[in-house]
Design a protein around this ligand. Structure first.
Ligand SMILES: [Zn+2]
Length: 360
């Protein structure tokens, strides 16, 4: 079915779509560009979608969910677990969970050794340890791509910003990016900013929990301006409580850098608010983000964060996502009781996962 399929393929280097055909040559898929576009295809081909923010420690704690259900079966070829797993739980993850997932996976290790099992993972601060975290990273470099910390009033009680300081130190020592969850205050956003460096990721950055990330008119706050100047990467991290249509729309009007589109899919958000990656991408399309920038945020940008060299090379495809854009209404809600109906929906039709095609 896939040989000589006409597609519009996403060129990550030039941030545009090119017409051509998807071919299978000597058992390997590749894209061949054709200069003439007869407009007869409505199928898009992109490098495999990467979800930079998920929770796939299935069966452990309140967030863990099934990887493949939010992975290749829904168009996502790489899932990044955003800190559900820590020093004390990674052995269990690797032994009992990892072998059950067919989708490619990476982890941002939680700075709390238990991972995110419940909401206050830093209650016993003496267990947080830079040296142990770095040792765990060294022993699991094949799968660990960063360090995760949650800083917001929904997580932090007496600990202040100490978990952030420790996580930032561990990430620095391991030469990996730090992903910082922001939410309710305290702590103030201005206290968080100094700990983030170029290439780190700020997730939930369009949340409506009250922190002064953006000014009321949608311009970046002073701290956000500093982070953007420094090259910190913004991630949507939608989840059940972290995405506001209003805040995103206002910020987007003033022009945003390239952002990551992580879903924050977990055991709750997959049943309400988020559902899957395609719904999140459709929301971004409905909120006037350009399709090319949406795809960049789910392919090239996360591939760079994960240091995946050939992920976006369509001349020799290992992982790719095929989708259509259907002109059908899509009713969506953000996390703050706002409902919007969008005109179009992004619908995955198949993935190439590690060289094999799967129909969706
Ligand atoms: Zn999350």
């Amino acid at each position: 079915m896939l040989n000589n399929l006409q597609v519009k393929a996403y060129d990550t280097e030039n941030n545009r779509f090119n017409s051509g055909v998807l071919k299978k040559v000597n058992g390997r898929y590749c894209f061949e560009q054709k200069s003439t576009d007869d407009g007869s295809t409505d199928i898009y081909l992109t490098p495999g979608w990467i979800d930079i923010h998920t929770h796939i420690n299935d069966g452990f704690g309140i967030f863990g969910t099934n990887g493949d259900d939010i992975g290749y079966k829904t168009g996502v070829c790489m899932l990044v677990d955003a800190g559900t797993v820590g020093d004390y739980t990674i052995h269990g993850f690797r032994k009992y969970v990892e072998p059950t997932i067919k989708t490619n996976i990476k982890l941002f290790i939680c700075i709390s050794p238990i991972g995110v099992i419940f909401h206050h993972e830093y209650n016993v601060m003496e267990y947080l340890n830079v040296k142990n975290t770095v040792q765990t990273i060294e022993a699991n470099r094949d799968i660990i791509s960063g360090v995760k910390v949650r800083i917001g009033s929904e997580v932090i009680r007496h600990e202040g910003i100490e978990p952030l300081r420790i996580a930032s130190e561990a990430a620095g020592m391991a030469n990996l990016p730090l992903m910082v969850h922001i939410g309710g205050i305290p702590p103030n956003f201005s206290e968080i900013e100094p700990f983030m460096k170029k290439g780190d990721i700020l997730t939930h950055c369009f949340n409506g929990r009250g922190g002064k990330v953006w000014n009321d008119d949608g311009t970046p706050s002073k701290s956000m301006e500093k982070l953007m100047m420094r090259g910190v990467i913004l991630d949507i991290g939608h989840g059940s409580g972290s995405f506001s249509f209003d805040i995103f729309s206002k910020a987007n009007k003033h022009g945003l850098p390239k952002i990551c589109i992580g879903t924050d899919l977990h055991s709750f958000s997959r049943h309400r608010y988020v559902f899957n990656m395609a719904t999140t991408l459709s929301k971004m399309l409905g909120l006037s983000m350009v399709l090319e920038d949406i795809i960049y945020g789910v392919t090239k940008l996360p591939a760079e964060i994960l240091r995946l060299k050939d992920w976006c090379d369509l001349s020799d495809i290992q992982n790719a996502t095929l989708f259509r854009i259907r002109h059908e209404p899509l009713v969506c809600e953000d996390c703050y009781n706002q409902i919007m109906t969008f005109d179009n929906r992004i619908v995955p039709v198949g993935v190439i996962l590690n060289g094999d095609f799967y129909d969706i």
